[in-house]
Design a protein around this ligand. Structure first.
Ligand code: ATP
Ligand code: MG
Length: 280
């Protein structure tokens, strides 16, 4: 069983021994891993990208971040890892403003890009997987052990010398996720990880996310395909025209999804717990 900090703790009684995520009233008293305060972003041409975004992500939470095309999901993700600087407002990593702790934040918070091609820079699968741990200056034994465990986890059993350009879209996406997992992030943001994946690919990514969540890793899953993963989300956040328009427990927010250009879900016919592509 995990305590509210995601650490293992001994079972105490049958009454409180069930695995559960922290209740929202408990979450409110914790320091979030990532937080934006009045985050606003204007493009150089003056167009508004994000407007007064206030959102927090807590340790061990599984958050689904949704919104129609162009609502600002990718822009927000890029701010969360310091790839873009806000025009106004700020991003905080464990209470500290991001620019002051960027290196540490980038070790703990990983972003898997929407477009795998723009993330993968290694000339081979092995080079791509070694890149992150090498950059951290880790010893060779540790680099090899991280690479091996990620290959095992993601089923990337190709020849390690295969150039990524020769992989299929789905295989590239798994490699892009692998390149981030070798950094052993504590919070993982995935921007549309189901894109280009076939059914078994989606199931394997979902299984991986639940496995990571069980290990106490926070997940921010960016998708507009709610029916594939909603059942697993503790919280649903919806963006619309660069603003957060909904943020709350999945059960409370999901019925409103149809108002924001997302696939409307009829919970009288499709109960929330069936909104997953994970086989039963
Ligand atoms: N360089 C730019 N200049 C002006 N507007 C831009 C620029 N780059 C992106 N935008 C606009 O910013 C808005 C938000 O884009 P973003 O990529 O964050 O959307 P998204 O929610 O991730 O959409 P999708 O679901 O299609 O991935 C879009 O309307 C987009 O056209
Ligand atoms: Mg996007």
């Amino acid at each position: 069983m995990k305590n509210e900090h995601g650490k293992d703790q001994p079972r105490q009684s049958s009454e409180n021994s069930e695995r559960h995520t922290p209740k929202r009233e408990n979450i409110a008293t914790l320091c979030p891993d990532l937080e934006t305060r009045n985050l606003t972003y204007h493009f150089p041409n003056g167009m508004k990208g994000l407007c007064q975004v206030n959102v927090s992500f807590y340790k061990g939470e599984f958050v689904l971040l949704a919104g129609r095309n162009g609502s600002g999901k990718t822009l927000l993700a890029r701010h969360l890892v310091g790839l873009l600087r806000p025009t106004e407002g700020a991003v905080f990593f464990r209470g500290a403003p991001l620019p002051s702790c960027l290196d540490k934040a980038r070790q703990k918070v990983g972003l898997v890009f929407q477009d795998a091609d723009s993330q993968i820079i290694g000339q081979t699968i092995e080079e791509e997987l070694r890149f992150g741990p090498e950059n951290l200056g880790l010893p060779e034994g540790e680099i090899q052990s991280r690479v091996e465990s990620v290959i095992h986890l993601l089923g990337l059993e190709h020849n390690l010398l295969t150039p990524p350009a020769r992989l299929s879209g789905g295989e590239k996406r798994r490699l892009a996720i692998g390149g981030i997992l070798t950094l052993q992030p504590e919070l993982l943001i995935l921007d549309e990880p189901f894109a280009n994946l076939d059914y078994p690919g989606i199931v394997s990514v979902l299984r991986l996310l639940l496995h990571l969540k069980d290990k106490g890793i926070g997940i921010v899953l960016i998708t507009h395909e709610l029916e594939k993963a909603l059942a697993h989300a503790d919280r649903l956040v919806i963006l619309e025209k660069g603003r957060i328009v909904e943020d709350g427990p999945t059960q409370a927010i999901a019925p409103k999804a149809g108002q924001y250009g997302l696939h409307p879900l009829d919970f009288s016919r499709t109960p929330l717990e069936t909104c997953t592509w994970l086989p039963r």
